[in-house]
Design a protein around this ligand. Structure first.
Ligand code: HEC
Ligand code: HEC
Ligand code: HEC
Ligand code: HEC
Ligand code: HEC
Length: 351
């Protein structure tokens, strides 16, 4: 052990000092796997710098990823200001003390190399084929499965006591487990091999090319308007998954002379929540989930009236990130960003 030198000693300190303060609805984690509330503070930042120094290509990908930006990202900061809970911080700044504002370096670390790779003492890896004198590895087959992501990418609303039951706020792991992709790991899709290394850039909602490739859309005229068929391509869970405030918007416009808008119809595909009062508390409860699921084609009918055959129809499918905390499913909700996934025009039907 001594031959491993100062690097090893520093890591022991990191491991021993790590502890998560217990809180009733705090997200749970398997101690052998990465997860929320590691709370190792500045020590995690210092250790992360050593990883970055030796693994430079992966470090470049991780910097600027949504993992590194989990706390500093403006969209998160806006939501966090409204609901400033230790619960949120345990995942978005997992190396900070969840009850205190993180110091700037800990905030900028977000979900770091050490957050995912050092659960207990040594560096988690899948099979240890890359053994090195630089540090010890813990070969862990489960690190190649959804278990490596599970305790951050699935969790309940923090008010199950008020609700009287556990209701999931994000359910990506369950959606994946019941899908036809259950035997394909999260990493196989989200960390493709590049130059022999797993890509750590996790582009996803900030990668419109990947988002557009995630579905196909076909539109055809029907008597009263347009029928749009949507199919997922290579998505291993519901789409959109993850954050509550995401949705697909399917819309069609009937266009008159001089591009005048004659009629418009819109459907949002999302988890739709309805408000409920429990005593003095106001909660949001899932009323309906009409997102897309792998292997389940979806037909969306948008009616534009009996005159629709006489005019061109312009249709679009967009991926929207709705601004917290406005209601989802609400057509008037403010959007943080909207990405067009598919679109087309159906010409006038000649009589
Ligand atoms: C002194 C340089 C050095 C430091 C510091 C360092 N590593 Fe490594 N690491 C290596 C080398 C060299 C290898 C073996 C070859 C390779 O995979 O790059 C390796 C291997 C690994 C592997 C296994 C790769 C595989 O293919 O199985 C992982 C995972 C890993 N390091 C993560 C980390 C993390 C996380 C940190 C920070 C806590 C870290 N390393 C710090 C040099 C370093
Ligand atoms: C310590 C907690 C944690 C772990 C472990 C973790 N994630 Fe994340 N992940 C996050 C957080 C927090 C975000 C959101 C950052 C944001 O949007 O502000 C995120 C974002 C992402 C995104 C980007 C989502 C988007 O909308 O762009 C992807 C993809 C992702 N994670 C996949 C994974 C996969 C795959 C694993 C397992 C290999 C994993 N994550 C492990 C916490 C974690
Ligand atoms: C969100 C969690 C997460 C973060 C953050 C993360 N890693 Fe990884 N990393 C993984 C997982 C999971 C694997 C294994 C994927 C597999 O093979 O199934 C992995 C694989 C690796 C490997 C193995 C070699 C390879 O690419 O196949 C190295 C080395 C590595 N990571 C280093 C790092 C370094 C350095 C950082 C920070 C700059 C980092 N990781 C950040 C989850 C993470
Ligand atoms: C079969 C491949 C596949 C598997 C397996 C898979 N995903 Fe995805 N995931 C995708 C695709 C494709 C997208 C949409 C395009 C994009 O955002 O990169 C996506 C999007 C996401 C997003 C962004 C939110 C959204 O819907 O836009 C998150 C977060 C995510 N996946 C997490 C996970 C986690 C965690 C697992 C494992 C439990 C997982 N994924 C398994 C393919 C997969
Ligand atoms: C158990 C871990 C966990 C907890 C607790 C958590 N989040 Fe997240 N959050 C995530 C993950 C993982 C993602 C990425 C999924 C996705 O992109 O859809 C995410 C995504 C987000 C996003 C979308 C960010 C973007 O840039 O698109 C916002 C906003 C957000 N979370 C706010 C919060 C707030 C506010 C709280 C507290 C009320 C909170 N989160 C609690 C794990 C967590």
């Amino acid at each position: 052990m001594r031959s491993l030198g100062s690097v090893w000693i520093a890591w022991s300190v990191l491991a021993v000092a790590g502890c998560a303060p217990p809180a009733s609805d705090a997200p749970k984690r398997d101690p052998a796997m990465p997860g929320p509330g590691a709370a190792r503070g500045e020590r995690a930042v210092a250790m992360n710098r050593t990883c970055e120094g030796c693994h430079q290509e992966i470090a470049r990908q991780w910097r600027g990823s949504m993992h590194q930006r989990a706390h500093v990202e403006p969209v998160y900061q806006r939501a966090f200001k409204i609901e400033k809970l230790a619960f949120c911080q345990a995942c978005h700044a997992p190396e900070a003390d969840p009850t205190q504002d993180p110091t700037p370096p800990v905030a900028a670390l977000g979900v770091g190399c050490v957050t995912c790779h050092i659960a207990e003492r040594d560096v988690l890896t899948v099979d240890g084929h890359g053994a090195t004198k630089a540090h010890r590895l813990v070969p862990t087959p489960a690190f190649a499965t959804a278990a490596a992501c599970a305790s951050c990418h699935e969790f309940a609303f923090p008010d199950s006591a008020v609700r009287g039951r556990v209701e999931l706020m994000q359910s990506t792991v369950t959606e994946h487990a019941v899908s036809s992709y259950k035997d394909t790991s999260c990493a196989q899709c989200h960390m493709p091999l590049r130059n022999g290394l797993r890509d750590h850039s996790f582009g996803s909602s900030r990668n419109p090319i990947a988002q557009r490739a995630a579905l196909t859309a076909k539109a055809k005229r029907v008597d009263s308007g347009v029928l749009i068929e949507l199919n997922l391509v290579g998505v291993g869970h519901a789409f959109p998954t993850g954050d509550l405030f995401r949705r697909l918007t399917v819309s069609a416009q009937l266009v008159g002379e001089d591009t005048q808008l004659l009629r418009e119809r819109t459907r949002t595909l999302a988890r739709h929540f309805k408000p409920r009062r429990v005593g003095n508390a106001a909660i949001r409860e899932l009323a309906r989930d009409d997102r897309l699921f792998p292997g389940q084609p979806r037909r969306v009918l948008l009616t534009l009236g009996t005159q629709s055959a006489a005019h061109p129809i312009v249709w679009t499918v967009t991926y929207d990130r709705v601004e917290h905390p406005l209601e989802i499913g609400n057509e008037g909700a403010a959007l943080a960003e909207s990405v067009e996934l598919a679109a087309g025009t159906l010409a006038v039907v000649e009589p």
